[in-house]
Write a protein that binds this ligand. Sequence first.
Ligand code: PAF
Length: 284
Amino acid sequence: MQVIEQVASIRTIVQALRCSGKRIGFIPTMGALHEGHLQLMRASARENHVTICSIFVNPTQFNNASDYKLYPRTLEQDTSLLQTVGCDYLFAPSAEEVYPQQSLLRFSFGELETVMEGTHRPGHFHGVATIVGKLFNLVQPHKAYFGQKDLQQVAVVRQLVQGLGFDLELVCHPTVREADGLAMSSRNKRLNPAQRQLATQLYKVLQLAKQDLKQKPLAGIKSEVAHYMQQVDELSLEYFEIADPYTLQPVEDLGQRDEVALCIAAYVGEVRLIDNIVVNLNEI
Ligand code: PAF
């Protein structure tokens, strides 16, 4: 695996790969890699000639300075892991390399930004779209892989791809979970053992809400989730929403729908975690 730090070098490599007809799979990450990321790499290695991963803790998508500062950075360990999963190139640029000058460009995603992560992390999706757009331009992938854990991010990137006409296939890979159900996340590394145990409540709540979907009014399910989360010290619910899995807009009643997404964000101590499940209503 080759490690590239310069924008000019990745451009040259991608140009050569494209000229020789290679299909490129791309996984953008912020590092602190876990099994969830590794599954994306393996899928890309199976489905493409060449796999490129980027590791860049993108400052423009953090609306909280301490979250940016505390985001785990484990480049050496990540590099070793990538060598085991068929990654061919790791692009790991510095902030100066990615953002040589300030940009006046602003991305806005309309109603996608008025719910959940959009409301609670103002400016976050502008930052995500800026970096993902830049990386797509540089890496020119045929396929780009994202995890379903960040469902709203997937919806934003889908809009970015459609809106700017990127010629690539977007793959949304199912969330990878620990044995006890906790969604894998780089932020899990910041949990102490007691918090790690408590963090399993997020997935548990999603499962309980799923069981109630056809039995109770949706507003009642939301209040029950809020009540359930209030019982536990060190857990602080930011939101629980029942939403359309593509537009992420809140669903008031199930009507004739086939699917809904149950989405949650909560603080476990100081660490903010998110999770979701997409429920097929014909199967419950
Ligand atoms: O999901 C992430 O890790 C980041 O938001 C991404 C897509 C790598 C952009 O910085």
